[in-house]
Design a protein around this ligand. Structure first.
Ligand SMILES: [Zn+2]
Length: 322
């Protein structure tokens, strides 16, 4: 059975941890032998590990409703990765997912029903969702500092903001840890290198709502082995995952049955698009969930209480232990 799940580590909800209709009935798929998991509205407990037969089964699975989603790369990119290389690599990574071919089940349509669009470079590098104005789903490199824990072992992190009742994703932001990690764009990848294409293919899976898979061959497996490039290419498990959420017929697998997205491709972020940050400079450009939540609380914005925020996608390094 396929149940939904959050990644095994470091998933946290914002301070506004409203009471959810937790432990709800989850999507049961008739497909067997898939290990993929979906991120949900309820954070996983710290010691949970997905397996080939078990996902985190609390909460509502996340999904993008619209048939198109926009994203933006922060324009200064990284000392390690020039903007053009970043934009090209991320585009290729998304295309792995959006080009996935699913079982047709007699309908004749096989491609997943989600597309992404690069909306161009943005100034803003904040992980944030502005409930009262325009937004961007930003992909940002952290050269100066890594504003999250376990920097030595973390390659990247994707944060997703969602409606805790429906699981609909409102915003997703991706951070790549170029402060403590040396990513490589070369091919072949050196034995101790961290392949940028692998990292962003994994993270774009989180961006689309997938969690870590228990299948250690999958792109969505939680750990990256230095020098490896396998995560660049989706496995059958990854394809099964994206196909289960963004079905070729356009429907979304959600909490109670399915939801059909709007027929049109509109990649505009929720509440409009902007290349600038929503608010004047905050002290921390990092914007952890706690920062976002406390800022929201300070602003007295009751709407925030209706949002969930998950640090949905750590890609960790797999290090050999002595
Ligand atoms: Zn991950």
């Amino acid at each position: 059975m396929n149940v939904v799940a959050s990644p095994r580590s470091r998933t946290r909800l914002a301070a506004a941890s409203f009471a959810l209709a937790a432990a709800s009935a989850l999507i049961a798929s008739p497909r067997a032998a898939s290990a993929f998991c979906r991120t949900t509205t309820v954070p996983v407990v710290a010691d949970f590990q997905p397996s080939t037969t078990k996902c985190w089964d609390q909460g509502v699975p996340l999904f993008w409703r619209n048939s198109c989603v926009g994203y933006s790369v922060q324009k200064s990119a990284s000392r390690q990765v020039a903007f053009e290389d970043a934009a090209n690599g991320i585009s290729r990574a998304f295309t792995k997912w959006t080009g996935a071919s699913c079982p047709t089940e007699g309908t004749g349509r096989s491609r997943v029903s989600i597309d992404v669009r690069d909306l161009g470079p943005v100034d803003c590098g904040e992980v944030n969702y502005n409930q009262n104005g325009a937004n961007q789903n930003v992909i940002v490199f952290r050269d100066a500092t890594w504003p999250h824990s376990d920097s030595n072992n973390t390659l990247a992190l994707t944060t997703v903001t969602f409606n805790p009742e429906t699981g609909e994703i409102y915003d997703a932001d991706m951070e790549v840890n170029t402060h403590d990690q040396r990513v490589t764009l070369t091919d072949p990848v050196p034995p101790d290198g961290y392949d940028f294409a692998s990292i962003v293919t994994h993270e774009t899976g989180h961006f689309l709502g997938l969690a870590h898979s228990g299948d250690n061959r999958a792109t969505m497996f939680a750990n990256y082995t230095p020098g490896a490039t396998a995560m660049r290419n989706l496995t059958a498990d990854d394809v099964a995952g994206v196909c289960s959420v963004y079905r070729p017929d356009g429907a979304r697998a959600v909490l109670n049955g399915k939801v059909t997205p709007g027929p049109q491709c509109d990649p505009t972020p929720r509440r409009g698009y902007t290349g600038d940050c929503a608010e004047p400079a905050k002290k921390s450009c990092g914007g952890s969930s706690q920062v976002a939540a406390s800022n929201a609380a300070a602003l007295g914005s009751p709407g925030w209480m209706a949002l969930g925020l998950a640090l949905a996608g750590v890609l960790a390094l797999r290090r050999s232990r002595r």
